[in-house]
Design a protein around this ligand. Structure first.
Ligand code: NAD
Length: 261
């Protein structure tokens, strides 16, 4: 039997078919989950709708996660459409382009708050709003992080600091919600060429050196991340919560580039 048969997942963060959220959506669909999608704003609807429909979804609703009203509205619609939701996927981040170049020390107050609002608070806001939708048996919340949360990655700057806050939020949410059976985990993915990644200068060169240094000697794909997301959302991961799981070809275990051997 497919791992997610009978489960419903709400997916936030598909922008196009390169999005990590799209890799996750395809994997959850393959494992039998029923899907609902949310997109950030009107210009994205024409991209997201056909993708969602190709997986049989009819719940395709706008939600700018910077708005409490839009978060409440999308969850109310999901409750009406599905009754209960078992899996919440948060694959959302945003920072001003100027804050993803130069020095972290030059980050403006507004840029810092914006990155944390859209990339971190949104996980807390969406999870809280989804609580009444999880069935009594519990649920699974997944978010996406990056190694720049732990170690300094050039030009990742304010987003690295936001990802550190995101990973800490995963632990605090997991502790709060564990007693009601809701698990909260992050996947720390290696660099993947997506719309969000295009805002980080020097990304191509970084992917090249990443693949050279990682034990598996390759970059990861949205399918790799999707497969892990499907596992984490499944009953097979029933004992895992509050964790950051790496899908990064093993990059994070290396202290030094193997090119230097
Ligand atoms: P993407 O651009 O495809 O996805 C980012 C999504 O965030 C988009 O769908 C965008 O519409 C959404 N978003 C931005 N502001 C929003 C708002 N105000 N309201 C609602 N949605 C909003 O890029 P991606 O790389 O697939 O990013 C998904 C997640 O994966 C992000 O959290 C990103 O930091 C993380 N991640 C990416 C990489 C990578 O190398 N691409 C690596 C590790 C982690």
């Amino acid at each position: 039997m497919a791992m997610l048969e009978g489960k419903t997942a709400l997916i936030f963060g598909v922008a196009n078919d390169h999005s990590i959220a799209w890799g996750i959506a395809q994997a959850l669909h393959r494992e039998g989950a029923q899907l609902g999608f949310s997109y950030a704003g009107p210009t994205l609807e024409k991209r997201v709708r056909p993708l969602a429909e190709s997986l049989g979804a009819d719940f395709i609703e706008q939600c700018d996660v910077g708005s409490d009203e839009e978060i409440a509205a999308v969850m109310a619609k999901a409750k009406e459409r599905f009754g209960t939701v078992d899996i919440l996927v948060h694959a959302i981040a945003f920072a001003n382009r100027e804050d993803l170049q130069g020095r972290f020390v030059d980050t403006s107050r507004d840029g810092f708050l914006l990155a944390h609002n859209i990339s971190v608070f949104s996980l807390v806001g969406l999870t809280r709003a989804a609580l009444p939708l999880f069935p009594e048996s519990g649920g699974s919340v997944l978010t996406l992080s990056y190694y720049g949360a732990e170690k300094v990655a050039p030009r990742y700057n304010v987003m690295g600091v936001a990802k550190a806050a995101l990973e800490a939020s995963v632990r605090y949410l997991a502790a709060d919600l564990g007693p009601q059976g809701v698990r909260v985990n992050a996947i720390s993915a290696g660099p993947i060429r997506t719309l969000a990644a295009s805002g980080i200068s020097g990304f191509r060169a970084y992917q090249k050196s990443f693949a050279a240094q990682a034990p598996l000697r390759r970059n990861v794909t949205i399918d790799d991340v999707g497969a892990t997301a499907a596992f984490l959302a499944s009953d097979g991961a029933r004992g895992i919560t509050g964790e950051t799981v790496y899908v990064d070809s093993g990059f994070n275990i290396m202290a030094m580039s193997s090119e230097e051997e």
